[in-house]
Write a protein that binds this ligand. Structure first.
Ligand code: PCA
Length: 198
């Protein structure tokens, strides 16, 4: 089984993005009979989803796990749902969207097709704090989750796909005293357990 695992570049003043480091480290590795195809996406409304879909079409994976940083959260949070709206801060190209519809003819929302309850249970059993999140926000993470699930729906593909937010790493938290954090090793172990669970 081949798993497309994506992370993001740094954004909004966070000098590193732990998802970029983890995905680079896991790219090409085999975890529990799953071959990891790691790809880093830009944080740009004009590019992120287009690149993600291009990677999907090129690699034709059996599952898609998208990762993003949720600075301020204190645990691993598989997202339940992506909504048809982009809004909020500027992306890395300086572009901010407000109340923007992602797909004019798309439904209001898509549910993750990853086994999110199982993922949370496995992580908590491994003493890694996790819970389901009911909002992926309205920034790039929600945007690519919505676009990926919309693409799969439009093409009648039953590939499991979904988004997982991870908290700041200790390295990132050294620059901001307000950020709860987990160690890089623990974040990486969590992602390995997630891949195994899919
Ligand atoms: N997190 C942002 C975008 C990139 C990332 O890693 C988000 O939660 O939307």
């Amino acid at each position: 089984m081949r798993v497309l695992l994506t992370g993001f570049e740094p954004f909004l003043g966070h000098y590193i993005n732990p998802t970029e480091e983890i995905v680079k480290e896991l790219d090409g590795q085999q975890i529990n009979n799953k071959q990891i195809i790691g790809r880093i996406l830009p944080v740009a409304f004009s590019q992120s989803a287009t690149q993600l879909i291009a990677h999907f079409e090129e690699e034709k994976p059996d599952a898609v796990i998208m990762l993003g940083l949720a600075a301020g959260r204190n645990r691993i949070t598989p997202e339940r749902v992506a909504i048809n709206c982009s809004d909020g801060d500027k992306d890395n190209e300086g572009r901010a969207l407000q109340d923007a519809v992602i797909q004019e003819d798309g439904p209001a929302a898509y549910f993750s097709t990853l086994p999110i309850r199982k993922i949370v249970n496995i992580l908590n059993e491994a003493s890694i704090p996790a819970r389901i999140s009911n909002t992926a926000g309205t920034y790039l993470c929600n945007n690519i989750m919505y676009e990926m699930l919309h693409y799969l729906e439009q093409h009648n593909l039953s590939c499991p796909a979904g988004f997982i937010h991870i908290p700041a790493s200790h390295e990132l938290a050294t620059t901001n005293a307000q950020l709860p954090s987990m160690s890089h090793a623990e974040l990486q172990r969590a992602v390995e357990l997630i891949v195994s669970a899919v």
